[in-house]
Design a protein around this ligand. Structure first.
Ligand SMILES: Cc1cc2nc3c(=O)[nH]c(=O)nc-3n(C[C@H](O)[C@H](O)[C@H](O)COP(=O)(O)O)c2cc1C
Ligand SMILES: C=C(O[C@@H]1CC(C(=O)O)=C[C@@H](OP(=O)(O)O)[C@H]1O)C(=O)O
Length: 388
């Protein structure tokens, strides 16, 4: 199952096309729209989110609420487009009063993108580098999530830290215990109420100071069968696939599986998860590995933590060089988020959903849901005979 997106931040709409989707998968517009709304929410978002009310429009590949085995096309309109029609027109001449973006923002794609593509207007770069594109990803990921839900797999996420404010330390076992509903009810998408208050305060202060903040978030997937992925080829290890998927999200600068960096300072006996037999099932006494061993799912919950850098656009801008005059100036400041960690977490759920959906498809086929389910049932039965 693959997706591609197209669309600029202030163009008419975003498009996603998802291929390799099995036939017979129920798809709900409401589910996709709920994920789009979750991505828009979260304390620290900027003025743009008050303009957009993201809704999906499915234009192919789904009939009467079920996939038919053909490519699925989805669009999400940019309501802000009506304010940008002259500046973002596909055809005709640029208006004479067009203001080019010539003061690239450190930390954004502006400068390197302009150098690479030989343009004197960073807007050509920033329109596509903008994380507005992640709305199309979340719409596309709705298909992968529906697929996983049919197979009993749930994915959720929560915010762990914002700037230097962190939720209370928890074990990997606790991580899988959070309730999605409790998390959604918090404006920070953090399960720790005390930390939530401190995070919001930190964001308010950053905003007042013309600053921005990053943070970390955790993704948890439950209901996975053991053995998805492979130990046999490096690029196909599920660890590689999920890592690459998370690093594809703008501003993601670190990914940890299970204990992550903490595993590097503990002795082996306090890291590896003892193997137990529970009836006919092989289970683990702990889940420090975060559900992956040897590049494969262990059958325990998948637990991945990712780090997001602070938002590059600063209302108290850093120094830059004007591309026209080569003079030292302040970087441009557009309307911007102060902190988008809660939104990035929702995007990350979708990226993990695609990686897991593909691991299922590789193991169990992709023609139709009935065959995939039958194949998984046979696999589970075989596993139980090994633990007889
Ligand atoms: C959900 C989300 C929202 C973002 N919002 C903004 C924003 O409002 N302003 C901004 O400058 N960067 C924002 N970013 C970060 C930039 O898109 C990102 O830093 C930029 O594309 C450069 O990519 P890099 O950080 O991976 O180098 C956001 C990222 C995400 C994931
Ligand atoms: C539009 C979204 O995020 C945008 C991501 C973004 C960036 O530079 O990445 C810059 C801002 O865009 P604007 O200048 O139009 O306000 C954010 O609002 C979104 O998430 O839907």
């Amino acid at each position: 199952m693959e997706y591609i997106t197209a669309g600029e931040s202030h163009g008419p709409e975003l498009t996603a096309i998802v291929t390799g989707v099995p036939a017979g998968l129920p798809v709900s517009e409401e589910h996709i729209n709920a994920d789009l709304a979750r991505r828009q929410a979260g304390y620290g978002r900027g003025g743009r989110m008050a303009i957009e009310k993201d809704k999906v429009c499915v234009t192919s590949g789904v009939r009467f609420g079920r996939t038919i085995g053909s490519p699925i096309a989805l669009t999400v309109a940019n309501r802000d487009w009506e304010n940008w029609t002259c500046r973002m027109a596909a055809f005709g001449n640029a208006p004479s009063d067009l203001v080019r973006e010539v003061t690239p923002r450190p930390g954004h794609a502006d400068l390197v993108g302009a150098l690479r593509t030989n343009t004197d207007d960073c807007r050509n770069i920033l329109e596509r580098a903008s994380a507005r594109e992640t709305a199309a990803r979340v719409a596309a990921a709705g298909i992968a999530r529906e697929f996983l839900a049919e197979l009993g797999v749930d994915i959720m996420s929560y915010v762990v830290s914002v700037g230097d404010v962190s939720m209370a330390e928890e074990s990997m076992a606790d991580a899988a215990e959070h309730k999605p509903l409790d998390i959604e009810l918090s404006e920070m998408r953090c399960p720790d109420a005390k930390a939530t208050v401190a995070m919001k305060k930190a964001i308010d202060k950053a905003k007042a100071d013309g600053e921005s903040l990053g943070g970390t978030f955790r993704i948890v997937a439950t209901g996975l069968v053991p053995g998805l992925g492979t130990y046999a080829t490096g690029t196909d290890r599920l660890t590689s696939r999920i890592g690459a998927a998370l690093f594809s999200i703008p501003a993601i600068k670190g990914v940890e599986f299970g204990l992550g960096f903490k595993a590097a300072v503990r002795p082996g006996s306090q890291v590896h998860d003892p193997i137990l037999l529970d009836g006919c099932d092989f289970i683990r006494a702990s889940n420090n590995a975060g559900g992956l061993e040897g590049g494969m799912t262990s059958g325990m919950p998948l637990i991945v933590t990712a780090a997001m850098k602070p938002i590059p656009t600063l209302m108290t801008p850093l120094q830059t060089v004007n591309l026209d005059t080569l003079a030292v100036e302040e970087a441009s400041k557009e309307r911007s988020d102060v902190c988008a960690v809660p939104a990035a977490a929702v995007v990350a759920e979708g990226e993990v959903a695609f990686a897991l959906a593909n691991a299922y498809i590789e193991a169990f086929g992709n023609t139709c849901m009935a065959d995939i389910k039958a194949s998984i049932k046979a696999y589970k039965q075989r596993l139980r005979t090994m633990g007889r």
